[in-house]
Design a protein around this ligand. Structure first.
Ligand code: ARG
Length: 387
């Protein structure tokens, strides 16, 4: 049914002497009984709330309140850049309720070339869109199949003009093998294709940088692609080519964390399992000043994980007296245990999990312990960090 309608649409376009195919939201013939599936259709306000239009004529998706994920080929290079305007929150680009921000910085994937692929970039906004809808990115290939949804304000037909209203369409996954027969230069490791054999539905010029999404196992939208390129638009046997987000997700998430520590989207520093320990005993003075014990971490690249394990073995006759902190190499302090006047049990022998993902791993970490009440005493027996 869908494909038959599409063939009809292409035939109509051909008869009308228009471009080779219809791209997003080709307007259906008036007698079409299911106009919503031909080429594409207007998106409803709020349907794709994380969608962004960029002033250079590209799409993008909110990755965090401060970051827009788009295509590398949409931006000129990495560096400070106040020349891009992002429009958020509307399907109508002329709506007075549009939320606008200018850019402050652009990061273009340094490995990107048209032949190598890796078509992604992050745009940092001059101020956050607080509470913006965010589109999570796929971190495994689990969602790299099925039916995808694409949207944007790009051309509605090959060679056509940019759109005022956001258009959307559904396109099926095209296997690497099949896509490579259409495009011998395809880089299947970092590119994913979508479209109909007959053509008729596709993204087009001006949709670049926008997301290709599908529903995840919880029925939430997840980003599997970034609009990248294609031969013409919606031509038969010429699917749209998208940057394969799952293959690029680690690099994207790592850079995003750097540009915006508040960004989510996957753990850029998963645990390595490396252990660093100090077994020297340190006496804890009764109701006295804090004491510390050092652990020197070397050979761990990047930041500490979000799940840094802090194993603590403190011998004490009234643990309620104790306040226990972890101090990162830069001095940032993470409170792991407070004092409590009614906890009369002995010892603190436990493992705390600390989100230390904003801390550089290598350097001298300290366990800091203070006894804040009189009478009972003890010592740090040993402690360790597991990265
Ligand atoms: N490179 C285009 C842009 O800058 C997008 C091309 C997408 N083409 C396609 N046939 N899917 O907007």
């Amino acid at each position: 049914m869908f494909r038959k309608v599409l063939l009809t649409a292409v035939a109509v376009a051909a008869v009308a002497g228009t471009a080779a195919g219809q791209a997003l939201a080709a307007q259906p013939p008036s007698d079409d009984v299911s106009p919503q599936v031909v080429g594409g259709s207007p998106a409803a306000q709020g349907e794709f709330p994380w969608m962004v239009r960029l002033s250079m004529g590209c799409g993008g998706a909110m990755y965090s309140d401060l970051l827009v994920l788009t295509a590398a080929h949409c931006v000129s290079g990495t560096g400070n850049n106040t020349g891009i305007t992002a429009t958020y929150g509307v399907v109508d680009l002329q709506s007075t309720s549009a939320v606008k921000r200018t850019s402050s910085y652009v990061y273009k994937n340094p490995g990107y070339t048209t032949s190598a692929g890796g078509d992604w970039a992050l745009i940092k906004l001059s101020s956050p869109i607080t509470g913006a809808a965010k589109l999570p990115i796929a971190t495994t290939t689990a969602y790299d199949s099925g039916t995808f949804t694409v949207m944007g304000w790009g051309a509605a037909s090959e060679g056509g003009s940019q759109q005022r209203y956001m258009l959307k369409a559904d396109v099926p996954f095209v296997s690497d093998t099949s896509c490579k027969s259409s495009y011998p230069s395809l880089k299947p490791a970092v590119e994913i294709c979508a479209g109909f054999t007959q053509g008729g539905v596709d993204t087009c010029q001006g949709d670049s940088g926008g997301p290709m999404v599908r529903r995840d196992n919880n029925n939430a939208w997840i980003q599997v692609g970034i609009v990248s390129w294609g031969e013409g638009c919606a031509r038969p046997n010429k699917p749209g080519v998208y940057a394969e987000v799952s293959a690029l997700s680690t690099a994207i998430a790592t850079k995003a964390k750097e540009l915006d520590p508040n960004s989510g989207g996957g753990d850029p520093n998963p645990p390595t399992g490396k252990v660093f320990e100090n077994t020297n005993n340190v006496n804890i003075p009764d109701a006295g000043t804090a004491v510390t014990s050092d652990v020197v971490v070397t050979g761990v690249t990047g930041n500490a994980p979000a799940t840094l394990q802090v194993g603590v073995d403190i011998k004490h006759t009234w643990r309620g007296d104790l306040v226990v902190d972890l101090v990162a190499p830069d001095g940032s302090t993470y409170r792991m245990k407070n004092s409590s006047s009614n906890d009369s049990a002995d010892n603190v022998i436990t493992t705390y999990t600390v989100n230390a993902s904003t801390e550089v791993a290598n350097g001298t970490w300290k366990l800091k312990v203070q006894d804040v009440a009189r009478y009972d005493t003890g010592y740090i027996d040993s402690w360790k960090l597991t990265f």
